[in-house]
Design a protein around this ligand. Structure first.
Ligand code: SF4
Length: 357
């Protein structure tokens, strides 16, 4: 279903859906069979999806059907209470951070990126500038704003962990410096596990600084594994080589611990399943959790009309990958914070749970 997306009988359904922004987008979270998943609803494949979701009732309850046959009950999270607040300096909290999945607070600390300046450099799948252009977020979330919103999200909505990602600023730290000051401010305000996400900084000493600032888990996202395909899909970001990512993983794991460093790999951009699994094997051996996620083609990006990966393709990766993770002693549930722990953008943790039961 993550490959097809779903059609919404009422397009206003899903008060916590995301359009544009960094990372996976054009989704809404909903819970089906006890698992919260992010399902594409705003992109082209979703408009043609065979799955239809009825308009939910006031408690967020609905049903999903295919060809008129009801398949399951589903529920949408209610609008978080912290969304109704405004910061001391006048910015609505929902422009600072949003609820992801069931209990994750997510923010893009810096909504601009050196990789997003021109079509020739932009990652083909990314929409980091769209939500900013549409006025749905602010460019730079200050440490004070983040601390204020994080505290309210914990107090009012019971969020359990936080994801801080960032566009890549100019400079060799690649965003580590602003993540440090942001994490320190949030940790001073509230006891909330934090995952920071950035490109590998040029200097490995940033890993200690991030940990000292209160970052519990770190994501450095390869996205694509084959060097040639990386250059095509991410002309700017691929300037940081796969070799440098692996050096950075090797330096970061001793700082954060086995399984607390992770990477996104986007399935559906052209890497064959065997290449993805081979890279995952190398990552797991280092203690890095490979979070393999199906591509969600986002409206307004160069890939907007591309189809997401076929369910069979995802199965061919996620089934053996879950076994490799179990064998390597890495579990989504052991991650302290972040996307791998949330798991809503991939069925990987469901495959892991199946193996464990
Ligand atoms: S996996 Fe990451 S991007 Fe996806 S919903 Fe969870 S926190 Fe957000």
């Amino acid at each position: 279903m993550q490959s097809f997306g779903v059609r919404l009988a009422d397009p206003k359904t899903g008060g916590t859906s995301r359009r544009g922004g960094a990372g996976p987008s054009d989704h809404t979270p909903f819970t089906i069979d006890g698992a919260t998943v992010m399902i594409p609803v705003h992109n082209a494949p979703a408009f043609e999806s065979p799955y239809l979701v009825e308009r939910p009732d006031e408690a967020g309850r609905s049903r999903i059907s295919r060809d008129g046959v009801v398949l399951a009950d589903v529920s949408f999270p209610l609008r978080p209470k912290f969304y109704d607040r405004i910061t001391a300096d006048g910015v609505p909290y929902w422009k600072i951070a949003t609820l992801h999945g069931r209990d994750v607070l997510a923010t893009t600390v810096l909504q601009t990126c050196i990789r997003y300046q021109s079509r020739t450099k932009t990652c083909q799948f990314c929409a980091i500038g769209q939500s900013l252009a549409a006025g749905r977020t602010v460019e730079r979330k200050t440490p004070t704003q983040l601390a204020e919103v994080a505290r309210a999200a914990v107090d009012l909505d019971g969020v359990k962990h936080m994801v801080m990602t960032t566009g890549t600023p100019p400079g060799r730290d690649r965003g580590a410096a602003i993540l440090c000051e942001s994490a320190a401010a949030v940790k001073a305000a509230v006891d909330l596990p934090i995952q920071a996400q950035c490109e590998p900084p040029d200097d490995d000493s940033w890993f200690e600084r991030l940990a000292d600032a209160g970052v519990d888990s770190l994501g450095m996202h390869l996205e694509v594994v084959a060097p040639e395909l990386r250059r095509k899909m991410m002309p700017g970001k691929s300037e940081v080589s796969v070799k440098r990512y692996f050096e950075a993983f090797a330096a970061a794991v001793p700082v954060f611990g086995r399984g607390q460093v992770s990477t996104y790999i986007l399935a559906g951009l052209g890497d064959p399943a065997e290449s993805i699994l081979e890279t995952c094997g190398r990552l797991i051996a280092l203690g890095v959790y490979p979070f393999v996620v199906p591509l969600v083609p986002i409206s307004g990006t160069p890939l907007e009309s591309r189809k997401g990966p076929a369910p069979e393709f995802m199965h061919a990766i996620l089934e053996p990958l879950a076994a490799m993770l179990v064998e390597g002693g890495l579990k989504a549930s052991d991650i302290k914070a972040g996307c791998g722990k949330c798991g809503a953008c991939s069925a990987l943790s469901t495959y892991e749970r199946r193996l464990a039961s």
